[in-house]
Design a protein around this ligand. Sequence first.
Ligand code: AMP
Ligand code: MG
Length: 486
Amino acid sequence: MKTLTQLHFDNRFARLGDTFSTKVQPQPMSEPKLVVASEAAMALLDLDPAEAEQPLFTELFSGHKLWSTAEPRAMVYSGHQFGVYNPQLGDGRGLLLGEVRNQAGEYWDLHLKGAGLTPYSRMGDGRAVLRSSIREFLASEHLHALGIPSSRALCVTGSSEPVYRERQERGAMLLRLAPSHVRFGHFEFFYYTRQHEALRQLLDHVLACHFPKCLEEAEPERAFFTRVVERTAEMIARWQAYGFCHGVMNTDNMSILGITFDFGPYAFLDDFDARHVCNHSDHGGRYSFENQVPIAHWNLAALAQALSPFIAVEKLREAMALFLPRYESVWLDLMRQRLGLRTEQDVDKPLVQELLQLMQTSAIDYTRFFRELGDSAPAQALRRLREDFLDLPGFDAWAERYRQRSELEGIAQEARQAQMHAVNPKYILRNYLAQQVIEAAEQGDYGPVRELHQVLSRPFDEQPDMQRYAERPPEWGKHLQISCSS
Ligand code: AMP
Ligand code: MG
C-alpha cells in the first residue's frame, strides 16, 4: 500500500511532445471538499484507502497541489459530433496530470476533469459541475462492477466556486483513471490536418503502450484495428445486454481501448424501450438505445478512414466485417446467461428477441425482470412475472417455450438461481437514484452519494438493508431526460 506522495509517475504521452498536447496548470477551485472516493479505484494505484481522509487528497484533486513528477497537459483531438466533423476539439476542461505505474506494472492515466481553461476550451469555462461529476463517478464504478469495460473514477471534489449553466451551480472536479485517454478523434485530428508523420507517431505510441501483442504480428497496424473493432463490439454487446444508453456516441467520446468513456446524459433503461433516447439534445434519436450498434460501426468506419494511410482498404473492410458477428455472438451469449441458459440451441435467438418485443409492448422493467426470473423455479417465476404483461396470449406462448427450453438445462433451482443472480444485477444505477443523491450533495449532504456508490459497487449481491435501491422507479423518475450541459 502506498501513500499519495509515493505514486510513481512515468509520463509516456507527455513525452510525445507539443504536437499532441499542451502544458497547462490546473486552476484550483475554492474551498474544496471531498464528496466521494472509490476504494476500488484507489487500489488500482496501490493507494491505502485511508489516504482519502488526508487533506492532501483533496488538495491534489482540486488543483491546489501537484506532484513534482506530474506533467499536466491538455490533449488535442477532433471528431464527428452527431455525424458532422468538428475539426478542433481537445481537452477543453480536463487535464492529463500524468501516468502512474502501479506495482503490477500497469499504467493508469490520471485525468482531472473540470481543471480550468485550456487552449481547447473554445466557448466553455473549463469547469464541470457537481451534478455531472457525480453522475460520471457513479456510472464509471458501477459499469466496472457490472463487468462492462469503462474508464474508472477515483473521486469527486466539490467546491464553493460558482459555475453557470442553465442556472448557477457549484464547480466540482472528477479524477478519472484509464489505461489511456486516446480516442478515435485523436487519429481523426492528425488525419484531417494531413499530419501523417504525427499520425504515424501516435499509432506507434498506441501500439507500443497499449497493444504490444499486435507488434508481434505480421501486420501490426491491421492487427491493432482488428482488436479495436472486436473490443468495441464486445463493449456494445455488454451495453445492450444490460440496458446502458451512452447518449453521446461522438467519435471523440470513443476510447481506442473499447472502454465506456466520457459520460454525459447516459441512462440505464428502467422499462425496456429499444427506441429510448436519453440525451435531451438528441432530437433525431441518432444515439437511441437500439442505434448504438450501427453507430458504433459508423464510428469504427470513421476511425478506419483515419488509419487508411497505413492499412489497405480491403484489410480495413475485412476488420470492419468482424464487428456485427462479434457483437451478435457476445450479446447472445450474455442474454442466454441472463435467461439461465448455458447450452446453445438454435431457438435461443428468437426466444430472446421475442421476449424483448413483449417487454417493449408492456414496458417491463428491464433489470427486475431477469432478477425475478431467477428468484424461483421457471413455472413459479413466470406466473409472478405474467402479472406485469399486457399481451397475455403473447406472454403465455413465450413462457411455455421458455419453460421447455429451461428444462433442457437439467439444473436444480438452487444452482440456477446462483448462476442467474451472478449475471442479473439486483441494483442498477437508475436515473432517479442518481438524481436524489445529487440533490442531497448540492445541499452539502454527501452521505447518500457515498451509500449509493457502495450499493452499486456490489450490484449482484443481496444487500438486505438496501432493498429500497432495488425498487421500481417512481413515475416521475422514469423518463428523466438529461441535458448535455455539464
Ligand atoms: P463533451 O460533450 O463533454 O464530450 O465535450 C465536447 C468538447 O467540448 C470537448 O472538447 C470538451 O473538452 C469541450 N467542453 C465541454 N464542456 C466544456 C467546458 N465547460 N469548458 C470547456 N470545454 C468544454
Ligand atoms: Mg467528450
